[in-house]
Design a protein around this ligand. Structure first.
Ligand code: HEC
Ligand code: HEC
Length: 174
């Protein structure tokens, strides 16, 4: 069994070793940020260009959901679709449940035809859902600067590609 004395000695040694390391290591200004240029000037900063899918709707492949009931990412080109006005919403043109099947698009789910405040089913899509791109965004093909180790857990295999929020909306709430 490890005695308390040994434990205290051990921790003391690690503190000494750790502080020794901190002193011997130094960093340049250019090393501190993720962008690897002088942090005090924007002059040489070049943003990585975004590169969105250029595959047309109907020919793209859907992207696995980031987690259970995450809003799906838009896998297709949205060029010309995102000047959303009161009169014109291209997204509903293909994604409304009554047309979606014909164009092989994922239909807008029941949760979007539901008033979250009154908890009532609506006959029309909730106006809170009108601006699709507030929640659904295209994915840019870029290498992440920081590796993300998050691994989603889906309770059902189908949740990797379909949502069911309306069925478990108040789960755990009494
Ligand atoms: C011309 C018809 C059309 C239009 C317009 C359209 N989509 Fe799509 N969308 C599709 C189809 C078809 C798919 C399935 C993937 C494919 O076949 O390209 C899809 C897939 C998606 C998906 C992924 C669904 C999933 O199950 O993962 C999202 C999110 C989406 N679209 C959102 C939008 C948004 C937001 C707009 C408006 C900016 C929009 N779409 C406009 C046809 C369309
Ligand atoms: C306030 C955020 C928000 C807005 C606005 C919104 N959505 Fe969603 N959407 C979600 C979330 C979250 C999900 C996944 C959970 C669920 O089913 O509601 C989802 C799911 C979807 C799905 C996948 C359905 C399935 O069965 O897997 C489609 C398709 C979709 N939305 C299309 C749209 C379109 C088209 C619009 C615009 C008319 C829109 N959404 C507006 C948040 C939003």
């Amino acid at each position: 069994m490890t005695s308390i004395k040994t434990l205290i000695m051990g921790s003391l040694i690690s503190i000494i070793v750790a502080s020794g390391c901190a002193v011997s290591q130094s960093y340049n200004e250019e090393d501190l940020g993720l962008r690897k240029v002088d942090l005090y000037s924007e002059k040489t900063v070049v943003g990585e260009p975004t590169s969105y899918s250029t595959v047309s709707a109907g020919e793209s492949k859907t992207i696995q959901r980031s987690f259970e009931n995450a809003p799906p990412l838009i896998p297709h080109d949205v060029e010309g679709m995102l000047d959303m006005t009161k009169e014109n919403n291209a997204c509903t043109g293909c994604h409304m449940p009554e047309v979606a099947e014909a164009v092989k698009a994922t239909p807008i789910p029941k949760s979007h035809f539901f008033d979250m405040r009154t908890q009532k089913v609506l006959t029309e899509m909730s106006s809170a859902r009108y601006n699709c791109s507030a929640c659904h965004v295209p994915q840019s093909a870029n290498e992440p600067l920081v590796q993300n180790n998050f691994k989603p857990d889906y309770r059902k295999e189908s949740e990797k590609s379909r949502s069911n929020l309306i069925d478990n909306l108040n789960e755990g709430v009494k």
